[in-house]
Design a binder for this molecule. Structure first.
Ligand code: FAD
Length: 440
């Protein structure tokens, strides 16, 4: 498979992982790579990475992911990726109202970095109000009972700009892009043969055109199960809310350079984006799914396609306003703009899946289950796909295809870094509408 570098290779989805894969193939000498995306331009508004920023941190309870994240951070610091990476530092903390699960998680995260040779010199425990003021001198809020730590070796990437930059490079270097809701939207995978001789031979797009491929690599993020329904048995399309406050130029300058603050029991925010003057906030929680009662599979909800939607659940808005009240109270009652539900592909255990689809004779690959922590890996994801192509099978059992058989109902609430319970987005919206009606 790896020898046929001039045969057509199709990458479905030009999001973070699809672009990374196209780049790795290009660098490895593949000369006939086409990326299909339903969006008319990259970055796609359907991508989980269509955003101002994503946290880049390497503290994981599992050293396997710490190692990968450290490798990715090295790549973010190269001239190619560097323009998108901002090593502002990262504060992880809990307020005095945090549930035990959040406190436990923070302790594990701190332990994983405090004794790690790479991180240790850059870690500062934050135990008092003054400790927080020393780092966030701009904060005038009470920061009630805030406790946590500061990690110098982390920060964020401008995710939309990173995808745009990689796309431009790929296009300029011969990777073909077929974009748009007709030409680029993949509606069907094509197969020949049955049983053990089945092959994926390519795909069909919404305009009815068929495209042959020797290898098809599907990187559809939250939409993966729309083409390969079996993926919906071990992954789930899940969403988190995103909101922004529009700042003046002065306010923006005032907050420039603050570390990313991740309050485990409320949410997180980043330094404002100087180009748009938007200050992005994201509440933390177990997320919202959209399960089809007939199939048991969750795909992104039509209520939230594509942004701007200007909607987030009321419970998330409350969390974010409390976060602002505790830190930057002058912002706490400002209107939220560009609110949206942002979709990703979750697994029950936060493990990715990078593998051949069974019974396709190595002709169809899925890169899925980013579990909401996949953007930081963008510089190295493509290497994982290359290794799979070269090895002919997935050697890491944690990333193998999971043959679970039926959709499951427990979607990752047990994962240590998620606080709360996963909810159906349709039920949340219906409840909110009922409340509004009763007020009229
Ligand atoms: C609110 C939020 C916050 C997050 N924060 C972080 C963070 O701080 N750090 C971090 O590392 N990660 C974070 N993530 C996760 C990160 O966004 C994902 O891991 C990453 O985007 C996964 O990349 P992907 O390529 O698998 O999917 P995506 O980037 O979602 O790309 C999927 C692509 O498939 C395309 N597509 C869909 N259907 C079709 C079709 N039928 N035909 C053609 N194209 C199609 C879409 O247009 C899109 O471009 C966050 C996610 C969310 C939602």
């Amino acid at each position: 498979m790896a020898g046929n570098k001039s045969s057509p290779t199709a990458i479905l989805g030009g999001g973070a992982w699809g672009l990374s894969t196209a780049l790795a193939l290009l660098e490895d000498g593949y000369t006939n790579v086409t990326v299909f995306d339903r969006a008319s331009e990259i970055p796609s508004p359907y991508s989980g990475g269509f955003d101002l920023n994503k946290i880049v941190r390497a503290e994981y309870e599992d050293p396997f992911y710490t190692k990968l994240a450290l490798e990715a951070i090295q790549r973010w610091k190269t001239p190619f990726y560097g323009p998108y990476f901002h090593q502002t530092g990262y504060v992880v903390a809990n307020s005095s109202a945090a549930p035990q699960k959040a406190i436990d998680h923070l302790e594990h995260a701190l332990a994983s970095v405090q004794n790690h040779p790479t991180f240790a010199p850059g870690i500062t425990p934050l135990r008092s109000h003054q400790d927080f003021k020393d780092i966030f001198w701009q904060f005038t809020g009470q920061m009630t009972g805030f406790k946590g730590y500061y990690n110098k070796l982390a920060g964020y990437v401008h995710s939309s700009n990173a995808m745009q930059g990689v796309h431009q490079y790929l296009e300029a270097n011969g990777v073909k892009f077929i974009l748009g809701d007709l030409d680029g939207k993949v509606t069907k995978l094509l197969y020949s043969g049955d049983g053990p001789s089945r092959h994926c031979t390519g795909l069909q797009t919404a305009d009815g055109v068929t495209h042959g491929a020797q290898v098809t690599i599907s990187c559809l993020g939250a939409y993966q199960a729309s083409l390969i329904p079996e993926v919906g048995y071990f992954t789930v399309a899940k969403s988190w809310s995103v909101a922004h406050v529009e700042l003046t130029e002065k306010e923006c300058d005032y907050l420039r350079g603050i570390p990313v603050l991740n309050m485990r029991d409320m949410g997180f925010f980043f330094e404002p984006d100087p180009a748009t003057r938007l200050f992005k906030l994201c509440p933390l929680g177990a997320g919202y799914i959209n399960t089809d009662p007939k199939t048991g599979i969750s795909l992104p909800s039509l209520h939230s396609l594509p942004p701007p939607q200007d909607y987030i659940p009321a419970e998330d808005e409350r969390k974010l306003r409390r976060l602002l009240q505790e830190t930057l109270p002058w912002m706490a009652n400002r209107p939220f703009v560009d609110q949206k539900m942002c979709w990703f592909s979750d697994t029950r255990d936060s493990e990715y899946c990078i593998d051949f689809v069974p019974n396709t004779n190595q002709s169809l690959i899925v890169l899925t289950g980013d579990s909401g922590h996949g953007f930081k890996m963008m510089p190295i994801v493509g290497q994982w796909c290359l290794s799979l192509l070269k090895d002919g099978n997935q050697k890491l059992s944690r990333w193998q295809w999971r043959d679970n058989g039926t959709p499951k109902q427990d979607w990752g609430d047990e994962v240590s870094w998620r606080i709360g319970t996963t909810k159906e987005i349709g039920e949340v919206i219906a409840e909110q509408n009922r409340r509004m009606q009763s007020k009229l």
